[in-house]
Each structure stands twice: as C-alpha cells, then as structure tokens.
Write a protein that binds this ligand. Sequence first.
Ligand SMILES: NC(=O)c1ccc[n+]([C@@H]2O[C@H](COP(=O)([O-])OP(=O)(O)OC[C@H]3O[C@@H](n4cnc5c(N)ncnc54)[C@H](O)[C@@H]3O)[C@@H](O)[C@H]2O)c1
Length: 440
Amino acid sequence: MKILGLSNDQIIAAVRGGQVRIAIFGMGKMGFPLAVAFAQEGANVLGVDPNTALVEAINLGQNPHPLEGGLDDLVRPLVERGKLRASSAPKRADVYITLVPTVLDDNRQPALGILEEVMQTITSLLEPGDLVIEESTLPPGTCAKRLWPVLLGGALSEGQFGFVHAPERTMSGRALEDITGAYPKIVGGIDLLSTEAATALYSVINSKGVIPVSSITAAEAVKVFEGIYRDVNIALANELALLSGHYGLDVIEVIKAANTQPYSHIHIPGAGVGGHCIPVYPYFVSEKPEAELIRLARQRNEGMPIRLVSMALNELQRRGIAWKGAKVLLMGIAFRPGVKEDRYSPFFPARDALLAEGVEVHAWDPLYSEEEIATMGVIPAHSLAGMDVAIVITDHEEFKELDWLSAAVGMHNPVLVDGRFILSPTLREQNLTVLRLDGR
Ligand SMILES: NC(=O)c1ccc[n+]([C@@H]2O[C@H](COP(=O)([O-])OP(=O)(O)OC[C@H]3O[C@@H](n4cnc5c(N)ncnc54)[C@H](O)[C@@H]3O)[C@@H](O)[C@H]2O)c1
C-alpha cells in the first residue's frame, strides 16, 4: 500500500497489518538490522544487495552480521513467515530506503557513486505515492541538490512521490538496539507530505519517537554535526592530554573530575579516531572556508597514531636500539574495542609509519585470525614475547584484563606505549617502561 498522503494512524496500521512493502538497498551492518526492525513490526521487507553471500545467508534465515547483537534469533522466523527476503535484483515496493556506503574517495571527497546508482534504479521503479528514504550519511545539501534531480529524472514529478533524509544514528555492534529505541529518529523531507509519512513510518519501529526537522538538508546536517562534534571533542581531549604533560598531570583524572560539572563533556583522549563515521564526516564540510576548527581537529586526531609511534621510536633510540629490524607489536587492529571494524583505524597509519622506518611490525587483535592479520602486511602475534615495544592501539577487554607484568616478562625490552590509558602506572615500579600521551 502506498503511504504518502495517509494519516499517521493509517500508516501505522498499514505497516502493522502487513500491507506495506519496503525495499532496503544495502544489507550491511546498518541496513540489515533496519530490515529486521521493520519486518518485526509487520512490514514486508526486501533487502537488496549485490553481495550474493549476504543475500543467500539472509534467505537461509541466518544473521549475516554475527557481531551485531540481538539479531540471531529473529531472522529465521521472519524469513519463514515471508516477512524478510533478500535479493540482488531490486523489485517494486511502496517505500525505498538506501543504506549504502558513503565513504571518501582518494581525494577525501565523499564518494557518492554507489548512492547515485541506487537512486537511478529506484527512479526506474517509482510509482505515484511511493516514498524514498535516504539513510546513509551525506554532506548537507546532497539530497536536495544531487539526489532529488536524479529522482525527478524519471516518469514522476514533484508531489507524486516523497523523498526524505532520515540519518542512521546507530553505532555498529548495537544497531538494532539503537534503531528501535536508544534515541529518537530524525526525519527531514523534501516537502511536508514526505516528512509526515516518514515520521509515521519510523514511529512504528522507534520507541523513542521521531523528531521531524524543517528540511531535508537540516536532517543531513544533524548527523554530520553530531559526528563533527565528537571529532572536535576528541581532538580537544587529545590536546588536553598533551598539555597535561607540561603540568605532570594525569589527564584522565582531570577529565573525569571536570565532567562532574553538567556543562563539561570532554571525551577520552587516545590513539586516534576510526570507523566509517567520525573521521569521515568532517571532510563533508571541511572545504568550506569557515571550517577552520574542524580541519585542525582532524589534523590533531590524524596525528595521534604517529605520535605514539614517535614515542616508541624515541624510546628505542634512547636505549641505543636500531629502529631497523626492531620488533614492535601493535595491540589492536579494530578501531573500537570489541567490534571487528577497522575502516580508518589508527592501526594503519601506525603500521605504515613503523614500516617506513624498517621496523618489524607485529600485530595482535583477538578479533582477527592469523590469516587476516597476515594480509595486512604485518606478522601475527598472540603475546608480547620477543618484542622491543608494544603499542596499545585498541582498548579491547582482553588487553585491559591482561596480566601485563607476566605478559611483559618475555619482551626484549619492556617498553609499553599506552595509547588508551589502560595500563597501571604502578607497572613502572616493576621495571617496565610505560609511556602515555600525557607523559604520566
Ligand atoms: N557503520 C556504522 O557505524 C554507521 C553508523 C551510522 C551511519 N552509517 C551510515 O550507513 C552507511 C552504511 O553503513 P554500513 O555499516 O551498513 O556499511 P556496510 O559496508 O556494512 O554495508 C553496506 C552495504 O551496501 C551494499 N551495497 C553496495 N553497493 C550496493 C548497491 N549498489 N545496491 C545495494 N547495496 C549495495 C554492500 O554490499 C554492503 O552490504 C555508511 O556509509 C554510513 O553513511 C554507518
């Protein structure tokens, strides 16, 4: 059933009554949980993805993203009831949702090719009353200036179908939980009818409700600004960590105490910022002349892994150990603890900086197999044995819980560079060298 122009109650009843077909383009870590959330509430969902392995897994009732929590037991019953299917071939629906990668190209410009292609496909399927919803994060203005003209290039004209941006505000690893009720959904349409239809639609799956904003561009900006806020905040935290070195302070102690005041929300400093989101969104606006602080924050965050490497190399030099051939262990490939995602992880610039100096680079990440680690141009490791330096890149639980004293026993040189503030300074009393970003 077409939902554009129906009342709130009619839309909710149509979804719950199994009368609405939703096609979701992109069955990745975000698109698949969204498909499950809508199918759970009664919609007939088709997941569209060129990745045939993903498509097959879904149609077999499997969760193709096992690290996304809460999905495993939901998929099979939905597939068996015919509520959820996947295909590489798009089909007609009533609502089309896009959740495809919008990363950066080699020039750090947003790569919108996949999304534009998908919009072309949707354009060829559109019927009067359809609603198109773009959920991938985009530079403000993209929907109105680049995608809307694509959609208007088909047989339908303005007013005959709806177009909305409804940014995905989730975090990988907890997508289903976020989509269904961690925080409200933001919705901004190309016109009021679109906004109203999408507001009703998302109210079916999101228990925290929907916040309609005044335009499609405002909805794009909400998500981009959220990401930029976090990047700039982390850059500030990193700078405060480095500043703390001048005063002999423990930056974490100071930040924690400062944040007890309700207007202080200083983030945690560390080895750098990774993932598809936070390091990417600043580049969506960074060419604008006013984005000075945003550009500077990015530079600060991108410099952090290199700073850790310098700390390690300087310590080797101080000890008279040649860099070439020295064994340095990078602890952590994933950009976030407990999540097997390494896009833009600080691991990579750290690895490259070490390799450039002729260092023998080893890596240990409990989420990655030896084979996977070997494809990254480093030597897989499971311990600190034989290393000259270990650099903590990711604060995985396994590393936090490590008995560092015993783990460091077999090191050639017991030098630990802590990029995540997980090591106890008391280790120094046991003849270990522990180096932190705040110099403590
Ligand atoms: N991962 C996150 O934490 C996160 C959080 C918020 C927002 N987002 C946004 O969501 C987008 C998607 O993120 P994700 O984590 O699901 O990415 P992902 O890489 O896990 O999934 C993207 C999927 O799109 C598919 N795809 C590629 N080309 C396609 C096409 N032509 N038609 C249909 N599907 C196609 C891919 O095969 C893949 O399965 C991101 O680019 C970002 O804008 C991501």
